[in-house]
Design a protein around this ligand. Structure first.
Ligand code: ATP
Ligand code: MG
Length: 370
């Protein structure tokens, strides 16, 4: 059976029209989870620390803590993972539960708004269970305060009645491990952050690690893929396993559509070009942003609001969705005077960086390096 990707124009196979609009970017290169990710992620999630690629320092700390906790016969200390979407925070929570031989209870900040939501959750806990709270920065104040004694002393304080009739009851809880995850660590209160025994940041993955992830995923999906094709996908995955996995699926669909059984370098390249994902993982909106910065503002510096207005986006989207990867990868710099296109941005768009730009970039680099 040939599976035809929904984004392809099926009326004329030779004229596959790329449709990478801004809306489509949300599916192809967004690090946020989509519905189609959800349907396949179950199979792709590593189940043990050994299967989990990269994050070496974090993994060895975690392996030590797990081994120590197991030797003592105690639950693992509470852990907080933070970092951009799609880097493997939820995966780590399930690995921890698996390695500890404990049950995983999944929850998220927005769904624990009222005290009774927390009560319903902790009520199900058994000793050593792992309670995972995603988007923990979005917990309501009341829920957060209920969690403090639960985390510190494994008790929960309940108040019943009103006015003079108010009574407080203290309920003991089994000793559990709270694993929190957030993409916005700065929005977490100090009081909550301080109650975690380990706070660990996830880093973007390098090329070698992403290649390993692409290989692993291809194997799980029983794909026949050339080494060069693995590299092409890894290069464009924006340092993010979720995107790497999504690109593998897109390339697989493209190959099936073309009636090919082996994913060659050329097919992988053609597939990703069709989706307008370029050699360094930039999509049309990223390139448009850089082009505006270079052509309309002579490479900058230009203020965030002005740049956002020129792009037709709001400044929050520009800052949260588009900029992080471009900054992280040295295409733009955030300076006190505004956004600045780097020499790398000029080169990537096939332009020559003006000397002024290079001098300015060097000055900025000097300031940043102290
Ligand atoms: N280290 C890794 N090795 C192999 N695959 C990984 C790794 N980290 C993540 N993945 C893959 O990437 C997918 C996304 O990871 P995960 O859902 O854990 O990200 P997340 O950090 O929780 O994202 P979000 O912030 O959106 O909740 C997983 O389904 C898994 O298949
Ligand atoms: Mg997650």
């Amino acid at each position: 059976m040939t599976i035809i990707p929904s984004s392809f124009n099926t009326s004329n196979n030779k004229n596959i029209k790329p449709k990478a609009s801004k809306a489509e970017r949300a599916n192809v290169l967004s690090a946020k989870e989509t519905k189609s990710d959800q349907s396949t992620e179950g199979n792709l999630r590593p189940k043990t620390i050994d299967e989990y690629v990269g994050q070496t320092r974090l993994k060895s700390m975690l392996a030590m803590s797990i081994a120590a906790a197991k030797t003592r016969g105690e639950p693992l200390d509470h852990l907080l993972f933070y970092g951009p979407p799609g880097l493997g925070k939820t995966t780590l929570a399930s690995i921890i539960a698996n390695e500890m031989g404990a049950k995983l209870h999944l929850s998220s900040g927005p769904s624990l708004e009222r005290p009774r939501d927390i009560l319903g959750l902790v009520h199900q806990l058994a000793a050593h269970d792992v309670l995972f709270i995603d988007e923990i920065h979005r917990l309501s104040k009341t829920s957060e305060e209920l969690l403090y004694p639960a985390m510190e002393d494994f008790v929960i304080d309940l108040t019943a009645g009103k006015g003079h009739a108010t009574r407080t009851m203290r309920l003991p809880l089994p000793r559990f491990t709270l694993v929190g995850a957030t993409t916005k660590a700065a929005m977490l209160s100090n009081a909550l952050r301080d109650r975690f025994g380990l706070v660990m940041r996830l880093e973007f993955y390098n090329m070698e690690e992403l290649s390993q992830i692409v290989e692993r995923t291809s194997k799980i999906l029983s794909l026949d893929i050339e080494d060069n094709a693995v590299e092409i996908i890894a290069c464009r995955a924006r340092g993010t396993p979720r995107i790497a996995n999504r690109l593998v699926r897109l390339v697989r669909d493209f190959c099936q559509y073309k009636g090919q059984s082996k994913i060659s370098k050329d097919l992988a390249h053609e597939a990703l070009e069709t989706y307008q994902v370029d050699a360094l993982g930039l999509d049309p909106t990223d390139r448009q942003l850089l082009t505006i910065l270079i052509d309309n503002y002579a490479g900058g510096p230009v203020g965030l609001e002005t740049l956002a207005a020129s792009l037709g986006e709001d400044s929050n989207t520009l800052e949260d969705v588009y900029e992080p990867y471009l900054i992280q990868n040295g295409f733009i710099q955030r300076t006190p005077r505004g956004r600045l296109a780097t020499a790398k941005a000029y080169t990537h768009l096939g332009r020559k960086a003006p000397d002024r730009q290079l001098t300015f970039n060097m000055e900025i680099a000097d300031i940043e390096n102290g």
